[in-house]
Design a protein around this ligand. Structure first.
Ligand SMILES: Nc1nc2c(ncn2[C@@H]2O[C@H](COP(=O)(O)OP(=O)(O)OP(=O)(O)O)[C@@H](O)[C@H]2O)c(=O)[nH]1
Ligand SMILES: [Zn+2]
Length: 185
């Protein structure tokens, strides 16, 4: 739960810290705006993936399901700057599948908080394994980090790619290959 009063106080201090006047007209409402913004950006901390993944549907097919290019925006925990990109999720159901939107909702749960890309990737894969109990799950994230582009090393266009494999995707390299072959289409 975001403590708006604390966030507002922190933003007033930050404005002073960078040499701004928090009482000038353009900034007077900024602490309030930023506090409301953080309710969205950290909103995932209050939700649980089980809310979304507990509603499942029985299926006869136990073949690969891929939800591709789920866009996301998250905030890097080192610099509190955005990183954003696309998540692709694959899983082999074990008799039950999740509603398609629930995979994207699961991404939101973990993206809407301070994150590391590797951790975001692993948390999505672990949530699928825990709540959907598939034979296996694989999560691929491609993202651009603003802390690498607009500051610091300043390398626009650099993409970070992370992968998390669980269950049969970890034990059977042919399945992992199949996932990537299907993405080439
Ligand atoms: N592994 C990983 N690193 C990240 C992520 N987001 C940001 N970073 C990195 O976190 C590191 C923090 O390094 P530090 O040396 O502590 O901080 P810094 O002096 O601001 O580093 P520079 O970005 O190199 O200027 C940087 O190399 C960032 O590129 C992420 O999601 N995963
Ligand atoms: Zn960063």
């Amino acid at each position: 739960m975001v403590d708006s009063e604390k966030v507002k106080e922190a933003i007033r201090l930050l404005l002073e810290g960078i040499g701004e006047d928090p009482t000038r007209e353009g900034l007077v409402e900024t602490p309030d705006r930023v506090a409301r913004m953080w309710e969205e950006l950290a909103g995932g901390m209050e939700s649980d993936a089980s809310e979304h993944l507990s509603r499942t549907f029985a299926v006869n097919s136990n073949d690969l399901v891929i939800e591709r290019d789920i866009t996301f925006y998250s905030m890097c925990e080192h610099h509190m700057l955005p990183f954003y990109g696309r998540v692709t999720i694959g899983y082999i159901p074990c008799g039950r599948v999740a509603g398609l939107s629930k995979l994207a909702r699961t991404v939101e749960v973990y993206a809407r908080r301070l994150q590391l890309q590797e951790q975001l990737t692993a948390q999505i894969a672990d949530a699928l394994m825990e709540h959907l109990a598939p034979e296996g799950a694989i999560v691929l994230i491609e993202a651009e980090h603003m802390c690498m582009t607009m500051r610091g090393v300043q390398k626009p266009g650099t993409t970070t790619v992370t992968l998390a494999r669980r269950g049969c995707f970890e034990s059977d390299p042919a399945l992992e290959e199949r996932f990537f072959r299907m993405l080439e289409r």
